[in-house]
Ligand binder design. Sequence first.
Ligand SMILES: Nc1ncnc2c1ncn2[C@@H]1O[C@H](COP(=O)(O)OP(=O)(O)OP(=O)(O)O)[C@@H](O)[C@H]1O
Ligand SMILES: [Mg+2]
Length: 271
Amino acid sequence: MEQQNININVAKREKDNKDLRVKVEARDLDLWYSDNHALRNINMDIYEKKITSFIGASGCGKSTFLRCLNRMNDLISDVTIKGKISVDGHNIYAPGVDEVAVRKKIGMVFQQPNPFPKSIYENVAYAPLMHDIVKKGSDCDELVENSLKGAGLWEEVKDKLKEPGTALSGGQQQRLCIARTIAVKPDIILMDEPTSALDPISTQTIESLMLSLKEQFTIIVVTHNMQQATRVADYTAFFHLGEIIEYNETEQIFINPQVSKTEQYITGQFG
Ligand SMILES: Nc1ncnc2c1ncn2[C@@H]1O[C@H](COP(=O)(O)OP(=O)(O)OP(=O)(O)O)[C@@H](O)[C@H]1O
Ligand SMILES: [Mg+2]
């Protein structure tokens, strides 16, 4: 099968390159929403501290697979999932695994910036306090400051931490959501079209931020913006009708696609 050959190609390069480590392994993953078979036989290795993008036409399963990676689909009724996803070698779907702990390790940033209706400070401090990562006081202040710095927002908000997060611009709100995500010290950050609601300048800011965040985190991003995939992603997976049709280094996907469907998609013939 084409798909498996391509996975093996990527895996072979991984063996040749000592810097690459597999962070997430999806094996024989299928998902149904009631009787809608939305993901089919997904097999994929995702590399640590790299950016991997998911591309493909609307409805092909990108968000569904992304949500499988931190068990967010568990929150949707009538979902059936078969197969396995391992993070650092541990199956996150094994019996007894705590989904809340999974979601702490694997954070998510959504398309629409969605700060809590709380202050900028509380947006960042809320989850670390809840998870007992810090106590109120100077440790918490420091974590809030470092997370806002990490998200490239500190200089813009340091004098108004008590103001509501929702009063910021869209691009600032998205960086606040990124600060909130990194504050719980996840390993992996999932981003579902994180810039599609933003203007070009904010998009550029988020893209540069992603490139700096990958030094610390494994990032997986869904995007409809081909230029964005080529600018930020080390690896790209092309989804079509619930399957991964092709997965490779981003440059190979865009310059030298091996499957005609991929070529049709990236040259705008459908989608
Ligand atoms: N919460 C849900 N309940 C039922 N079906 C869903 C749900 N979310 C997605 N689906 C279905 O699963 C399939 C894949 O949808 P998904 O949202 O993963 O696609 P996508 O690739 O992210 O599309 P888009 O680019 O439009 O965001 C579609 O047929 C969709 O209708
Ligand atoms: Mg989607």
